[in-house]
Design a binder for this molecule. Structure first.
Ligand code: SF4
Length: 180
């Protein structure tokens, strides 16, 4: 599937040129303002207790796996090199589409780099289950669209105007946005 993806060169060139990685794809799926802040290295997460708690849980439950040592520019949580599977750990099953795009991004980039198709799974910490993220034409279209949005956002010089969404109450940028 990924090897026959006609948009692969366009996608790869954009990712390389803009220096995109998995969290860009997660953020842009959740909120374009959040993605813009991330593109501009503006991050208040270290002052936000929910993020601190989530990071601590993540570190405690899943120390960084040796399988990802040496990976340049990609940061999934675990890789099965033999079966060509990439795993991303998440505390809960929430924000599924954003997690799917992030995890699929790693699998797509590894597929491009190795010339062989990779699969993507999300490991959910709260129930210890793995969920596969299908890399089909629909997912590839979504990743391409997300990369296009990130390119547009990277060219904007002011904070984009976005409506408040349910996520705002849990977002580390809520005080900045005034949407808490
Ligand atoms: S508070 Fe809401 S609008 Fe602001 S960055 Fe977070 S999710 Fe986006």
């Amino acid at each position: 599937m990924i090897q026959k993806w006609k948009q692969q060169p366009v996608f790869y060139e954009r990712v390389e040129r803009l220096g995109l990685h998995g969290l860009h794809f997660q953020h842009v799926t959740l909120c374009e303002r959040r993605a813009w802040m991330y593109l501009n290295n503006i991050n208040f997460a270290q002052w936000y207790d929910r993020v601190q708690l989530g990071t601590a849980k993540h570190r405690t439950s899943y120390s960084r796996d040796k399988s990802v040592n040496g990976l340049m520019g990609l940061s999934p949580d675990r890789i099965d090199w033999q079966e060509r599977i990439v795993y991303e750990n998440k505390g809960t099953a929430g924000a599924a589409e954003a997690s799917d795009n992030q995890t699929a991004f790693y699998a797509v980039m590894l597929s491009i780099a190795t010339g062989k198709d990779w699969r993507a799974f999300i490991s959910i910490l709260s129930n210890r289950r793995n969920r596969e993220v299908k890399i089909d034409s629909n997912r590839l279209d979504r990743l391409l669209w997300a990369s296009e949005r990130l390119e547009i956002l990277s060219q904007i010089n002011t904070v984009p105007v976005v409506p408040a969404i349910p996520l705002c109450s849990k977002c580390s940028l809520a005080n900045f946005c005034g949407y808490s």
